[in-house]
Design a protein around this ligand. Structure first.
Ligand SMILES: *[C@@H]1O[C@H](CO)[C@@H](O)[C@H](O)[C@H]1NC(C)=O
Ligand SMILES: *[C@@H]1O[C@H](CO)[C@@H](O)[C@H](O)[C@H]1NC(C)=O
Ligand SMILES: *[C@@H]1O[C@H](CO)[C@@H](O)[C@H](O)[C@H]1NC(C)=O
Length: 198
């Protein structure tokens, strides 16, 4: 005797659905595991930036509302990672005062190994940089007070390297403030720790 199965498709439909659900779950678990293992092996750590020294030379605010100055900055870039090295393919450093950019420079591309500290000596010059009225006023005030509070920003295009794998480009942004630069002949400087975003 053949048993009657009037709705054979009824039985297979939940089967397919279950199959899809379990496969989906399986893939999610697998991907999570791979990510977790990668994370545990690589243990990525944020890149660290500090401003170790900052000086200003040739500061001159003229009657034409323009600034001449040379900012001599010592940036310390620390790659704390044991397994990740960094290609810096492009880097620019800007100096800001009161939300106005007053000086700008580019840093030559470099490769940073694991656990490496790279000291960047950066010279950013303001050459007849036109100033907003309010900026000029507070800059004059700071000049006579003997100290100017700046913000140093870094923008870089980086790629990370783990083993033989290189990632795509990311934009690294670094914000260092307040960077207090003294006009005294024998300036002292306190290290400034920067915020780093990728
Ligand atoms: C600023 O520049 C003007 C014109 O070049 C010059 O006369 C003046 O001495 C300079 N001031 C300082 C503080 O260097
Ligand atoms: C970091 O790398 C640079 C360039 O390869 C090298 O000159 C420097 O000595 C390294 N610094 C440390 C602390 O390893
Ligand atoms: C500022 O620098 C520019 C370019 O070097 C120069 O022409 C100008 O005279 C300077 N101004 C002052 C006040 O030093």
């Amino acid at each position: 005797m053949v048993r009657e199965r009037p709705w054979p498709s009824r039985r297979s439909r939940p089967g397919i659905l279950q199959c899809i659900v379990f496969t989906g779950l399986g893939i999610i678990v697998l991907v999570s595991l791979v990510v977790l293992i990668f994370w545990l092996v690589v243990r990525p750590k944020a890149l660290e930036y500090t401003v170790d020294d900052a000086r200003v030379y040739g500061f001159n605010l003229t009657a034409s509302h323009a600034l001449n100055a040379t900012f001599d900055l010592t940036l310390r870039s620390y790659n704390r990672n044991h397994r990740v090295s960094v290609y810096y393919d492009f880097m620019e450093v800007t100096v800001w005062y009161d939300d106005q950019m007053v000086a700008f420079t580019e840093v030559a591309p470099f490769y940073q190994r694991r656990r490496n500290v790279t000291t960047l000596d950066v010279i950013a010059a303001a050459t007849s940089t036109p100033l907003l009225g309010s900026v000029e006023k507070s800059l004059k005030h700071d000049r006579s007070a003997g100290k100017v509070g700046l913000e140093v920003r870094v923008r870089a295009r980086i790629r990370l390297k783990v083993g033989v794998v290189k990632t795509k480009h990311y934009t690294l942004r670094v914000y260092c403030a307040p960077v207090l630069v003294s006009f005294s002949a024998t300036p002292t400087f306190d290290r400034v720790y920067c915020d780093v975003d990728i």
